[in-house]
Ligand binder design. Sequence first.
Ligand code: HGY
Ligand code: MN
Ligand code: MN
Length: 433
Amino acid sequence: MTTETLSQAPAPTDAQATAFLRDFHEVAAIGATPNHGVDRQAATAEDRETREWFRAFAERRGWEVRVDGIGNQFALIELVPGAPYALLGSHLDSQPLGGRFDGAYGVIAGLHAADRLVARHAAGASGAPGTAQAPRLNLAVVNWFNEEGGRFAPSIMGSSVFAGLKDEAEMLAVQDLRGVSVREALDAIGYLGSDARPEIAAYAEIHIEQGRILEREGLPIGAVDASWHTQKLDIEVLGEQSHTGATLMGDRHDALLGAAKVIQRVHEVTDLFPPETLVSSVGQLTLEPNSPIVVARRVHLVADLRADDRDVVLAARDRILGDIRAIEAEHGLVIHARDFDVRENQFYPEAGLALAEAVTSELGHAARRIRTMAGHDSVAMNRIAPTVMLFIPSVDGVSHCEREFSRDEDMAVGVEVLTEVAWRLVHGALPRG
Ligand code: HGY
Ligand code: MN
Ligand code: MN
């Protein structure tokens, strides 16, 4: 079935464009922080509020809403009884003091793309059942649980369980720093679901780039062709608690000093490779007993290592592990380091890239292929269904901070492109390979 047989994409109306921006800014007010960011960590009261917003949007339109066993929230629209679904979506949870665009843009764009698609279908733009122009798939929009992984590690949790990459029971048992489990937190906000998961035949996600390339090149759309290899090191530094005033320096086994040297090595290892080949940081640290008069006995920290080339990450990891052994010996410490949240490069299907490029061009916009350094739910979904991943520009390339920003006009183009991509997915443009 060629997509040329499909009706031409109608230009979005002013009312549709206004409705999207109104909804985007409405959601941005949930968990809003003083400097235009949001704080809506997974399974918090603010997360629950966005879920209620999502549910109301769907129920106002008569769409079925489901919540699965890991808190993934779906809005389902039946076009072809019994058929699998083309799924659009992203995540509404955020990092602590995060940006209002990361994830939320993709969910609200997905809901509005679905709204526009349903109106177009109802107006008769699809062909009669049995014709080449008839829809082949149903349509759904998803708000994935805990994409961010700030409160509960690992990130991309809900979509990874959905894709069968993570075990649901194991993820439900994951605890936050206060010892609250995912299960308890989801139950507390009323989103520990048990609904059946929809069968997915194709997935499309639009997201802010969180980098500088599209802005630098003045392009409104990126078609993501691959994701970087990413993995983390879960590191525990064990020393000995003692008096910061009375203990001789030679007798100290200072876990925080050891951790400080590990953190510096995680940064310095990037210098062993060409600039920007490897990115690494330690973003989370807990300290025991965390008293100003006590030499630290234990530090837990997480290092995030990413590169386009998997071998670069593995070489950096090995170098860091060697440095850790030397720090152990120098300070009389015991340091455990464990690989986790390993995400191999993902390569998105050529047919999906060609579809994204064709749609963007037919709508009169420019696009380029681009790699993603950040993880996304599409990285998990690409393992089980043909996936299209789209970017819009980020101003200054910043994200995971209140300064995160994308322009209204770029968001509008993204919704227009996503709508047409969704239209073609529903009409069978990306059959399972
Ligand atoms: O893991 C990631 O890169 C995403 O931002 N959660
Ligand atoms: Mn995201
Ligand atoms: Mn993020």
